[in-house]
Design a protein around this ligand. Sequence first.
Ligand code: 3ON
Ligand code: FE
Length: 493
Amino acid sequence: QILPTPETQPLPKSYTREDWQGGYESLTEELDYWIDDIEGEIPPELEGTLFRNGPGLLDINGQRLHHPFDGDGMISRITFTNSCAHFRNRFVQTPGYLEEKKAGKILYRGVFGTQKSGGWLANIFDFKIKHIANTNVIYWGDKLLALWEAAEPYRLNPESLETLGNEYFHGVLSTSEAFSAHPRIDPSCTQDNGAPCLVNFAIKPGLTTTITIFELNPDGKIIRKKTHSVPGFCFIHDFVITPNYCIFFQNPVNFNPIPFALGISSAGQCIKLLKNKPTQIIVIPRTPEAEAKGVKILETQAGFIFHHVNAFEVENKIIIDSICYESLSEVEPESDYRQTDFDANSPGQLWRFHLNLQENKVEPQLIDSRCCEFPTIHPNHVGRQYRYLYCGAAHAETGNAPLQAILKLDLESQQQQMWSFAPRGFVGEPIFVPRPNAQQEDDGWVIALVYDAEYHRSDVVILDAQDFQKGVIAKLHLKHHIPYGLHGSFTNQ
Ligand code: 3ON
Ligand code: FE
């Protein structure tokens, strides 16, 4: 009798697909209440507001969106004060959101596969894309901004979350000019006598791509803006900064716009990863001293990167930590993302790239093979040497799976801490909030939204960043779920 070898016996999963799917239901209500169902205690020193953005609608009046990234942006705001917490959420009132709400049906094509009903004939030669403001939300220069990488930001009232209109930064950003969803805040800018500075970019893809870099002072004014041209088509979602450089990874992709033009598939679906072509690492100077050496392009292995963790300079080297995928999961026109076969896709894994600018050499190094996404670090270490990173992670050590745990990595000692919400919890992006007057890099809290399939609701969970093994120090039960989100930020204001 032949018994199956252990390798061929699939491990029991830490989740069920049905549970995971629950987090992809729309939330149509806009709510406003004090959170009164709390396990544990909110640390009294934790004062400030966590803003989160993500698709709030996964359907328009019952017409399903093809992919969650096409969903209208919904901002959640959790304010912590005196160990109490207040919740409020509102949709970003983009013209597309309002028109579709009124019409009760899909009126626009989305970047990730959403189409107007009626097949390709209803979509052919329609190049209009709905601006959805669903990817990130930041508070900078006394302005709350909802971001989406292909268009200009929306400004919201930070208290009421009411949409105030597009933000053009005193006309320095022009109409339809993009402002990406992944700004980085340089905690101490050498060009501004050590004042903090927000650095962001805009990609205009084409046969040659332009990358515009913006630097904003603490008053929210664009004080530096420069455009660079790079050869080839770029799909770049995130970047990293150091005091002297902005660094972009140009994923080796090919863009064939014909199926998009013919109404067969969306723009995003026309992007294919080329596995036999290298990734180009574009190093753009920020300072006049670095500028003298010009833009440099280095090459490394093929792969796809959405998110980077951080970068820093050591002598003539630049170190960059990123989440890399071996292949890009396809969102076929006929498929349903809720039926995703996790095992068929490659997991995001943490890599470190050592760039030697003198010798034009790149050394990639796998740091951790566990499936992970949504990395975050201490805000004062952006662009600088750092020791700790936090991210969402799969419960199991190997394979691709939904994020169910929060992982802390000590990059110096290689030690790890993990807190898992499996089997029924699913985590979003964690945010590290330093404790006021803390001395150590990991002295603070990690806050995340966790979807709990058992009650079909979301919890705001707070961990002690120094000691995950303590467990959740406060679990704030919301009265409803929040659909799986993208990015957010914390502000002490
Ligand atoms: O030709 C261009 C192609 C293109 C794709 C035109 C373009 C500039 C309009 C464009 C647009 C890109 C956009 C709008 C990208 C938006 C990306 C987005 C909303 C989210 C990306 C999220 C990435 C990740 C890795 C999320 C992971 C989530 C989980 C692991 C858990 O749910
Ligand atoms: Fe992102």
